[in-house]
Write a protein that binds this ligand. Structure first.
Ligand code: DOR
Length: 447
């Protein structure tokens, strides 16, 4: 057997009863073996994993990185820094940039910026616009976008009202071997309300959006997927009504897949009390009953993946009256902590999180990923499930500090991310000095 050039020792691997050593060679996994104290891995760089949890690099199938055009909110360099700090080796970025990613030159600009700023990863995979300018009037040049490197198509942020156009988008995408990611909100029902219609919206006197606005479009597009026998992927599912439709459709063999986000598993409409614009998001935070339905759907495979819907906005944009604030939650850096909280409550286990945030999204969108099988890319996260950290503006690498977690203490933190066997992010004492210094140089601070 080939000898490792990198060995990370004394790690906890979910569903493995004993400590393990991860052995890598030339950027790929060689194997995972039981940890035996004192084993010398000659000629290898040996890192003491000191009981940290070993996870594969994560894939985020839904992030808004704002470049080009809104770099005061985020840019590709800061977005990928946030991704690295969150444990993501792959990031798919949405098309609602300015200009919109509806031409090959914008796609190429995105991938070029990623290669310039984070040459060793996180890898960036642009999502092409479904319609030109996201205006919902005519299809974007989907073949050109696929050729330029887009891995999916979406009108995220601007749901498509025209069912015939959406049907053609699904057909063209499938001909190109890609799938459509569907933002489901019936556009005439309180677009952009950012808050659930219910008791809290009535008390606050805010216009709310009912859950049925999401479910109506989920039903429409599930029917299209059934009729066409072409897959559709439903973005950021937020409510029980949608889950029930997806569950019935899957039981009948309809090719539908779905995602939800950590914020829908933790927060409810109550978070908006006090006109809290940090909890304004589209689709909105719902009720406790919806939270429970989503968690059960994740456990049972009705919802296939977790995604962050990382949507950074500047502080001055959120510090406005509720109705004027943009929708969105900055999510890349809190995603894994929020997901692991559910393991403490016994609602998900670590293996579910690996499936939902790594293997399933990577398989769905055909991205490189690590299942710790020999030959896989050595993309891995060292995670400390016990480390408590306070979410402050300074603790986040993203320019977007807009999260309801702000000021709260979370438990569980990414200590390091390796991509292709190289450390691209390290924190604290886990940091090989050179990488920590480079990270500070690039991002202006350590955390
Ligand atoms: O809350 C949201 N913000 N939902 C979206 O679909 C778009 C996103 C954004 O781009 O800010």
């Amino acid at each position: 057997m080939a000898l490792p050039d990198l060995a990370v020792t004394n790690l906890i691997l979910p569903e493995t009863p004993h400590a393990v050593d991860l052995l890598c060679r030339k950027g790929h996994v060689l194997g995972v073996s039981p940890h035996a104290p004192g084993t010398a891995y000659e000629n290898a760089r040996v890192i003491d994993g000191r009981g940290l949890t070993l996870l594969p690099g994560l894939t985020d199938a839904h992030a808004h990185l704002r470049e080009p055009g809104q770099e005061w909110k985020e840019d590709i360099a800061s977005g990928l820094a946030a991704a690295a700090a969150g444990g993501f080796s792959n990031v798919m970025c949405m098309a609602n940039t300015s200009p919109v990613n509806d031409t090959a030159s914008i796609t190429e600009h995105m991938t070029k910026r990623a290669a310039e700023t984070w040459p060793g990863g996180p890898r960036l995979f642009p999502i092409g616009a479904l319609t030109r300018g996201l205006l919902g009037k005519e299809l974007a040049p989907m073949a050109e976008l696929a050729q330029a490197g887009c891995v999916a198509f979406s009108n995220d942020g601007r749901p498509v009202a025209d069912a015939e156009l959406f049907r053609h988008a699904m057909e063209y995408a499938w001909d190109l071997g890609l799938r459509v990611i569907d933002h489901c909100e019936e556009p005439t029902m309180s677009p952009g309300a950012g808050m659930n219609e219910g008791r809290v919206s009535s008390r606050l006197g805010l216009p709310g959006q009912p859950d049925v606005a999401e479910a109506i479009q989920v039903a429409r597009d599930v029917l299209l997927a059934d009729y066409l026998r072409i897959p559709v992927h439903l973005a950021h599912v937020s409510c029980r009504r949608s889950v029930e439709i997806i569950e019935r459709a899957k039981a009948r063999g309809v090719p539908v897949t779905a995602e939800t986000c950590p914020h829908y598993l933790h927060f409810t409409e109550a978070e908006v009390e006090g006109y809290n614009t940090l909890a304004k998001v589209s689709p909105p935070l719902r009720t406790r009953d919806d939270v429970l339905a989503l968690i059960q759907a994740l456990r049972e495979g009705v919802i296939d993946i977790l995604a962050t819907d990382h949507a950074p906005h500047a502080a001055h944009e959120k510090e406005t009256p509720f109705g004027e604030a943009p929708c969105g939650i900055s999510g890349l850096e809190t995603a894994l902590s929020l997901s692991f909280v559910l393991t403490d409550k016994g609602m998900l286990d670590a293996a579910d999180i690996v499936r939902l945030f790594s293997s399933n999204p990577a398989r769905l969108f055909k991205l490189p990923h690590n299942t710790f099988t020999p030959g896989d890319p050595a993309d891995f996260v060292l995670f400390d499930p016990r480390q408590a950290w306070k979410v402050t503006p300074e603790s986040l690498f993203s320019k977007g500090k807009n999260t309801p977690c702000l000021g709260r203490t979370l438990t569980g933190r990414v200590m390091a991310l390796y991509i292709g066997g190289q450390p691209v992010f390290t924190r604290g004492e886990c940091a090989p000095a050179a990488t920590a210094a480079a990270s500070r140089r690039t991002h202006g601070r350590s955390s």
